[in-house]
Design a protein around this ligand. Structure first.
Ligand SMILES: Cc1cc2nc3c(=O)[nH]c(=O)nc-3n(C[C@H](O)[C@H](O)[C@H](O)COP(=O)(O)OP(=O)(O)OC[C@H]3O[C@@H](n4cnc5c(N)ncnc54)[C@H](O)[C@@H]3O)c2cc1C
Length: 339
């Protein structure tokens, strides 16, 4: 989120700007994101963000010189009951307003696009051919490089320790390497955004929720396929299911069992590129359903488990824009789908 702001401000001609990162870029949540970029969303503004992202990423390498591994494999959100079908219809209307291509398709067409899926309880699927996934770390590096090429600055291994409003109306950002006085401050501190907010009296409403995904060993049927499968979003197993280097990646969103990380405390300041300890027992029921939906997943051996914090706001939409109170303090945080 910080690299995105830096890049886009630089594109707008703001080059006297600096991104401050306490570790290495992406070392918070971004390095281990699954990188999916779906369009399906009930908020028109969020949909526009998604449309913009999926248009930007395929050309980001040409714009910045850094490859980002964009996979434009498309995506299908499944609907298994009437309520979900109605939701698809509502989002289909939004797709027309936001200007992306979507189709509501039946089980046979879903099987044509994804021959390994069990479609017995599926009523329809919401197909978005411009969905895809991308390497989150490379996107971040690309945007930071693009911004630097335009004159912006990136300070790594520099920790912000305080932010204070000066009588002049400017902000003093104190770091372990010295102070910076500036006109505008953007809080893009990810899992720490609520701590950083307290320094200026802002209560930032986020919770760091633990999320896992698992990746299997490569699967013969996927090695032999030429075309990548679309990303599946399945409300029945509460999971996304996709191909990852000929293996299968499954990420369940826990429902009633979802937990906050670190007992609700902020991460330690030296937490960097680490996984949060996985809590796999709770994932069992979701993974079992994922295996029923995509039987090849049930037959493959697990290769890795990724588990980390995702910032969530109460309404699931990230905070972006001017914060209440003194002028020129901005939020750009609380993203649950920050890629
Ligand atoms: C397992 C998993 C899978 C996910 N899959 C997806 C997905 O498929 N698609 C998707 O869109 N999203 C996904 N997400 C969510 C995504 O990772 C986040 O929404 C996104 O990375 C948030 O970006 P951010 O910049 O807000 O936070 P971060 O990446 O955490 O960046 C914040 C940065 O601020 C730095 N920082 C904080 N405080 C200070 C300070 N005081 N001084 C200096 N630096 C500081 C941190 O070091 C950190 O690098 C996933 C997340 C997880 C954990």
């Amino acid at each position: 989120m910080g690299a995105g702001i830096l890049y886009h401000l630089a594109l707008e001609g703001w080059t006297d700007i600096v991104l401050i990162e306490k570790g290495e870029l992406t070392s918070g949540s971004t390095w281990h994101a699954a990188g999916q970029c779906p369009h399906f969303n009930s908020s028109l503004n969020m949909t526009r963000v998604h449309v913009y992202g999926t248009e930007l990423y395929p050309k980001l390498e040409a714009l910045t010189g850094h490859a980002v591994s964009w996979h434009g494999c498309g995506g299908i959100r499944l609907a298994c009951n009437d309520e979900e079908v109605n939701w698809c219809k509502q989002v289909y209307g939004l797709s027309k307003l936001a200007g992306y291509e979507a189709h509501i398709i039946g089980p046979d067409e879903i099987r044509n696009l994804h021959p390994f899926l069990e479609v017995g309880n599926i009523k329809v699927g919401f197909l978005t051919i411009t969905d895809g996934h991308v390497a989150p770390a490379d996107v971040t590096i690309a945007m930071a490089m693009g911004a630097r090429n335009l004159g912006a600055e990136v300070l790594r291994r520099t920790r912000v320790v305080d932010v204070k409003l000066l009588p002049s109306g400017e902000w003093r950002v104190s770091t372990n390497e010295g102070n910076i006085v500036c006109e505008h401050v953007v809080n893009a501190a990810g899992s720490y955004c609520n701590v950083v907010g307290t320094w200026t009296g802002h209560k930032v409403p986020i919770a760091n929720i633990l999320h896992h995904y698992v990746i299997t060993e490569p699967v013969k049927e996927l090695i032999e396929r030429e075309q990548e499968l679309p990303v599946i979003r399945d409300p029945w197993s509460h999971a996304y299911l996709r191909e990852e280097v000929s293996g299968i990646l499954v990420g369940p969103y826990e429902t009633k069992t979802a937990h906050v990380c670190w007992d609700g405390n902020p991460p330690a300041w030296d937490f960097e590129s680490e996984l949060v300890a996985p809590e796999l027992d709770r994932l069992g029921p979701f993974l079992e359903r994922a295996a029923e939906r995509f039987p090849l997943f049930g037959q493959a051996g697990l290769k890795s488990v990724i588990s980390g914090a995702i910032t969530h706001t109460p309404d699931g939409i990230y905070l972006s824009g001017p914060a209440p109170g003194p002028r020129n303090y901005w939020m750009h945080c609380g993203a649950s789908v920050g890629i």
